[in-house]
Design a protein around this ligand. Structure first.
Ligand SMILES: Nc1ncnc2c1ncn2[C@@H]1O[C@H](COP(=O)(O)OP(=O)(O)OP(=O)(O)O)[C@@H](O)[C@H]1O
Ligand SMILES: [Mg+2]
Length: 399
């Protein structure tokens, strides 16, 4: 059965203190801006219930929370999904607060002294104990009054099976009082929806009809969002995503510069700095230190080639997904192709995908990218869904 969690949408159903811009086609790449610290608004309207949208991602986690009935955010944070446990024999006072346990950016910064455990693998909880520790930390970022009830809408991959959902519910025990698990592409659509334009005849509501293209590190997922919760059948996925681009790039650099050995972290950094498809907008040349000496390398062509392979893969997935949509909905769907995930920051990718679709004969396709804050939309949509949820739609984790 097809289900939706949210009521038909009206402009006042999902007020959020910090209004998002509508999905905008942008090209500038800036991943660092996402590492924002928790924001605590000064005087939120209080109630005995706090609502939250939670995107527990493989690499990054985003939470947005507010008191029920209040427009202002109580907490908003994007943090690396990582737990660091202090290694044996570390001298006192080496770590901040002499901590035994560090999370997120702190764990990344001090990783030399820690046993770092990523709680998730490919979107699914892999280490339950680390997941629980991490979620306790995330919960502590929501500085609500003691005794309030926390209700969280949590994103799950559209492809998540029963085991993956059950693991998530176990991890959420003792963290949230009530939860609802909703497919991530649906929440992303809810998060990018421009509430102010609902009712505008020209606005195609992404929740009603859109194609979400999430280009991540491990997978690229293309999902039909057509007014109900998408299932595995509504999604096509490929393991050709950011990590694979890194591998292609590393290989090409090795071939062109056999004496230069770059770490995968460095290769990724260069990719994020210079990524593009279509016409290059300037030379991609970088200085790298090899064996203590500075070398200059020219990467324009090889970065363009690696990113083009990603574009081609996205194009194939999009064609398959479109072929699965009902004939009646396709015209509108083509107007609402929305790119998200880190791979959507490749310069020109939206314009190039649109060009390929036009060349293939699709009728007036329109491809947009959600922009720099791509990490926030699932949590934002989660909070919107939480604000619209009826009592019967919540469950107790573990109940
Ligand atoms: N400016 C950029 N250009 C190209 N790739 C980028 C850019 N910024 C980030 N990326 C890539 O995007 C990927 C990370 O995207 P994202 O954060 O959406 O992944 P994820 O949600 O953790 O992964 P997954 O969805 O596969 O579990 C990485 O491969 C990263 O290198
Ligand atoms: Mg992702």
């Amino acid at each position: 059965m097809r289900t939706t969690f949210v009521a038909p949408l009206t402009p006042d159903t999902a007020r959020e203190g910090q209004r998002k811009p509508a999905a905008t086609p942008t090209a500038s790449a800036s991943s660092g801006a996402l590492e924002n610290a928790p924001v605590v608004t000064p005087k939120p309207v209080k109630s005995d219930v706090v609502l939250a949208g939670l995107d527990l991602g493989t690499n990054k986690t985003c939470i947005k929370a507010a008191y029920a009935g209040a427009p202002d955010l109580l907490a908003s944070a994007v943090i690396p999904t990582l737990v660091g446990y202090t290694k044996e024999g570390i001298v006192d006072n080496l770590l901040p607060g002499n901590a035994k346990l560090l999370f997120g950016q702190e764990a990344v910064k001090n990783r030399l002294y820690l046993r770092c455990v990523p709680p998730l693998l490919d979107g699914v909880i892999e280490d339950m104990s680390a997941a629980k520790d991490f979620l306790r930390h995330v919960r502590s970022l929501v500085k609500a009054d003691p005794g309030v009830e926390l209700r969280a809408v949590v994103g799950v991959p559209a492809s998540a099976d029963r085991t993956a959902r059950e693991k998530l519910l176990v991890a959420l025990q003792g963290i949230a009082d009530k939860v609802a698990l909703i497919p991530e592409p649906f929440l992303a659509a809810l998060g990018v929806r421009d509430e102010s334009r609902i009712g505008d005849a020209k606005y195609i509501d992404p929740v009603r009809n859109s194609l979400f293209v999430d280009i991540g590190a491990g997978t690229t997922d293309v999902c039909l969002v057509q007014g109900y919760f998408p299932s595995a059948d509504d999604q096509v996925s490929s393991s050709f995503a950011g990590d694979r681009v890194d591998a292609v790039l590393a290989d090409a650099i090795r071939k062109q510069y056999p004496n230069i050995e770059l770490s995968l972290v460095k290769v990724r950094e260069l990719k994020e700095q210079f990524s593009y498809v279509g016409a290059s907008e300037g030379p991609a040349s970088a200085s790298v230190i090899v064996g203590g000496k500075m070398r200059r390398i020219e990467l324009t062509e090889i970065i363009g080639n690696a990113c083009s392979q990603l574009l081609q893969e996205v194009f194939e997935l999009v064609k398959t997904a479109i072929s699965r949509a009902s004939t009646d909905s396709v015209g509108e769907l083509l107007q609402n192709i929305i790119l998200t995930g880190g791979g959507s920051r490749v310069r020109n990718i939206e314009a190039e995908l649109q060009r390929l679709l036009v060349e293939e004969g699709y009728e007036k396709p329109r491809v947009q990218s959600v922009g720099d804050n791509y990490k926030e939309y699932v949590a934002r949509g989660g909070l919107a869904a939480a604000r619209q949820a009826r009592d019967s739609q919540w469950q107790r984790p573990g109940a």
